[in-house]
Design a protein around this ligand. Structure first.
Ligand code: ZN
Length: 285
């Protein structure tokens, strides 16, 4: 495979903030050398960039979000990720969050963090215990998030599908609630992370076909199962993005996933779009 890899879904996060039971789930399947590598990355973004060079990885989005009660991450992750990515903003895309239940001045908060360098906001409904369309029931944080991101051209990445971490509540993972968001904020770029895997792929595909502002990231879906989950993926290939979810549970690695993806029986132009071209629609140079 001689194509640069762009991975829009990597969990480089300040892991020390994690609750210990969550940390155990996280590290259960990681080899000691991988954990050493991850610790080195957190100390120095240049170590990560050197490793990316060696792996043929052009750019990654670093997914961070606050979930103090379920995961342990607080709003401090925004500070971490914006400072970390400032070293090479063309290759390290800073993704942070607003917590939809705990943010007192949501509009100021969103504007401030866009100014400080966040290039996308992540919403994690099963870890933040909120439905993505809760603005219809008075959630002003979500309303501010969507309205300001729409105006500023900043995408919102929404976890869809299940989560196995302790305390996660999976009813919030159904992508159908994004239908309201896509209708009410037609110019907001919404990235459905994980395509509703493993329960709601049909819903996710319907939303992709219905809404031109909805994108899919394939993170967390084993590449060999991707076309079973999304047999008509090529029809929406202009809005599909490669992501690995590394180092999440069960993910072998960024390069390993990219190579397995590259082996799929899809036209080369489609594979190229997904692996390294489409992300520019969301994050132009
Ligand atoms: Zn993820």
């Amino acid at each position: 495979m001689d194509v640069p890899i762009v991975d829009v879904h990597v969990h480089i996060q300040p892991w020390d903030m994690l609750r210990s039971d969550v940390q155990a789930t996280m590290t259960a399947q990681r080899r000691p050398d991988e954990l050493t590598l991850l610790r080195a990355f957190l100390q120095d973004p240049r170590a990560l960039l050197r490793w990316m060079d060696a792996q043929g990885i052009q750019a990654i989005a670093l997914i961070n979000y606050s979930s103090p009660d379920i995961m342990g991450f607080t709003d401090e992750v925004n500070d971490f990720v914006t400072k970390f990515c400032a070293v090479a903003p063309d290759r390290l895309i800073a993704v942070g969050s607003l917590h939809p239940r705990f943010t007192p001045n949501p509009a100021d908060f969103v504007r401030t963090w866009i100014d400080r360098g966040l290039r996308a906001f992540k919403l994690h409904p099963p870890h933040q215990l909120v439905y993505p369309n809760d603005y219809l029931h008075g959630n002003r944080s979500l309303e501010a998030l969507y309205a300001i991101c729409q105006e500023a051209g900043v995408p919102v990445i929404v976890h869809t599908g299940t989560s196995i971490f302790p305390g996660a509540r999976n009813r919030f993972g159904d992508p159908i609630y994004l239908d309201d968001v896509a209708v009410d904020f037609p110019n907001l770029r919404i990235i459905m992370a994980h395509g509703g895997r493993p329960l709601w792929m049909n819903t996710a595909f319907f939303l992709l076909r219905r809404h031109p502002n909805v994108f899919l990231d394939i993170a967390g879906i084993p590449p060999k199962s991707l076309l079973e989950y999304f047999p008509r993926l090529a029809e929406v290939a202009d809005r599909v993005l490669f992501g690995s979810d590394w180092p999440g549970p069960g993910v072998p690695g960024i390069r390993a996933n990219a190579e397995a993806f590259w082996d799929l029986p899809l036209p080369e132009s489609v594979r190229r779009q997904i692996l390294c071209e489409n992300y520019r629609k969301l994050w132009p140079l």
